[in-house]
Design a protein around this ligand. Sequence first.
Ligand SMILES: CC(C)(COP(=O)(O)OP(=O)(O)OC[C@H]1O[C@@H](n2cnc3c(N)ncnc32)[C@H](O)[C@@H]1OP(=O)(O)O)[C@@H](O)C(=O)NCCC(=O)NCCS
Length: 327
Amino acid sequence: MRARITGSGHYVPNKVVTNDDLGKLMSTTDEWIQQRTGIKERHFVDAESVQASDLALPAAKMALEQAKLEPKDVDAIIFATLSPDAHFPGSACFLQTKLGCGQIAALDVRNQCSGFLYALSIADAWIRAGTFRNILIAGAEVHYFGLDMTDRGRDVAVLFGDGAGCVVLQPTDDDDRGVLTCGVHADGVGAKELWMELPASRIRADQVAEGQHYPRMNGKAVFRWAVEKMPEAALTALGKAGKKVEDVDLFIPHQANMRINQLVAERLGVPADRVVHNIQRYGNTTAATIPIGISESWREGKIKEGSTVLMTAFGAGFTWGAALVRF
Ligand SMILES: CC(C)(COP(=O)(O)OP(=O)(O)OC[C@H]1O[C@@H](n2cnc3c(N)ncnc32)[C@H](O)[C@@H]1OP(=O)(O)O)[C@@H](O)C(=O)NCCC(=O)NCCS
């Protein structure tokens, strides 16, 4: 028994914010951002009332429609996000109610940019074990209100955007279909190289004054680790599935930085025309990135029946992973 992706969907909020728009809030330029990251613009929510589960809702409906399922058919929701609706409960619970699912399992995954791959690995295991049949994975982020939009936070704030992507997984007994392999890894040695300390089990006023409720990053360390670990995980995933780079029809890397993705693709030997880039339009949408990439690629005809798709991600933790999926 394997887990097959039978539907996907995505949604980004309407408000487009260009690099020049950010230049009005902090000392940054379109040239710096494009040269360093490839990002031209990103989408942001325009009201504080819009939460991660709100962005996930239309993406989930789109994915269920493609899979020809109704909300009542869903057996479990796994919601990957670093910007949840509330500190607790998880956003999967909010999405369960908004979608109108039954009293099913609802789990949040807090693994940042690798969150979708961790969610995929759990869904794959649940389906293989026969625990659940129809699983909805949502990756959704509302970064806007959590970013330090001043000079202090400019190294991080210019990188991120809001959005949501969803996939539906269902069982198949076709040996050559579905999630062929999904590997996930972590090394806490990098925990403080990319982190947001608050909210935590204790919050002091002086910590808030210091901006510890905003994400902080050692960009160079993240870059170095990402270009090493993403190819390593991708080669491990290919090896476990008995496949080679030449078997890959489409490569969907996490979108944190165009230069990271170009280097990773080069190191793997994936031809440029098989690599998905949407960072120019969306920035880094964290857990939403890979499912947005799947949904867009499927609708653009880059993913077809029988396509072999390689995905890899790296992010805070450090956490990273790779999956090989046959559609
Ligand atoms: C963030 C990143 C683009 C920065 O690029 P970089 O070449 O390492 O740039 P540096 O951090 O060395 O900064 C260079 C200069 O630009 C400045 N700078 C930082 N952010 C800036 C911004 N938004 N606009 C203009 N200048 C900026 C720095 O202060 C520094 O100035 P200095 O030389 O006077 O000290 C890059 O390190 C990166 O992409 N890292 C990985 C990030 C990532 O993947 N994060 C998410 C993981 S999922």
